[in-house]
Design a binder for this molecule. Structure first.
Ligand code: CU
Length: 263
């Protein structure tokens, strides 16, 4: 049985690891996240193999003999077995949770010279503000330099949206009244797609934007050419948000990150 589990687990792992589940890798977070996924696939394959082999063994070994119409033995449970099959999964789940936490913690570490971009999400479009470049504004097209950490401050203007560039791997919700950010270091020049992954209304599937990762020089040239600035009302929502958050914190004695806009 042990041999059967190993063989089945290995075959399954090998097959599942052949697939390129998430597409190309274009950020420093991609590798560690893909490795985490691979480890999860291998572990799941072996657990699935144990279940299949145990099921197959039980089916063959305890199969009713032809003509046997009687009831099975009345079994009341087995405390030792239940303790074992509770503790082992708990250890596996906690181990994976710890590993995931370590990976995320590493991926979300911010650099001192990180660049900030404000991401405004609304039904059904993305627009971007560049606070370090005089609040320049771009609609439907995000530009960032390669090999520099970017912190995207997400701001939902109406309902919940979700920021996702598959090649960067990181995905995070933009929630009205909450301040969330995405930390990414793009490490590959190219054009990608920013996709909203939170069903946000009738036009949800069209809520996409082009992401251009380019050299620092190309980025500087592009930003200089931008003439629009972030509209007043978008800036206002941000100020209002921080103002309300501050008031709420004062009211509640300083609970961090729990600001909710009261209308
Ligand atoms: Cu959306």
């Amino acid at each position: 049985m042990v041999l059967a589990v190993i063989v089945l687990g290995v075959i399954q792992s090998v097959i599942l690891l052949q697939f390129d589940w998430f597409g190309g890798e274009a950020s420093t977070a991609a590798k560690p996240i893909d490795t985490l996924m691979d480890v999860t696939i291998v572990l799941s394959s072996f657990i699935f193999a144990i279940v299949c082999v145990a099921l197959g063994y039980a089916l063959i070994k305890w199969r009713a003999k032809p003509g046997d119409e009687g009831d099975g033995l009345p079994i009341h449970g087995n405390t030792r077995l239940e303790i074992i099959w509770t503790i082992i999964p708990v250890i596996i789940v906690l181990g994976l949770a710890g590993y995931s936490w370590a990976v995320l913690n590493d991926v979300e570490k911010t650099d001192a010279d990180a660049m900030h971009v404000n991401v405004y999400a609304q039904q059904f479009a993305w627009t971007f503000g560049y606070p370090e470049e005089g609040n320049k504004w771009s609609e439907g097209e995000l530009h960032v330099p390669v090999d520099r950490q970017v912190i995207f401050d997400l701001q939902a203007q109406d309902v919940i949206h979700s920021f996702w560039v598959p090649e960067w791997r990181i995905k995070k919700d933009a929630v009205p009244g909450l301040s969330t950010d995405v930390v990414v270091t793009p490490d590959k020049i190219g054009r990608y797609q920013l996709i909203c992954t939170e069903l946000c209304g009738i036009g949800h599937t069209t809520m996409r934007a082009t992401v251009v990762v380019e050299s620092e020089a190309d980025y500087q040239a592009w930003i200089k050419k931008q003439s629009q600035e972030v509209p007043e009302d978008l800036l206002l929502t941000k100020d209002q948000f921080y103002e309300t958050q501050k008031q709420n914190e004062e009211k509640s004695g300083g609970i961090e990150g729990s600001g909710v806009i009261e209308e």
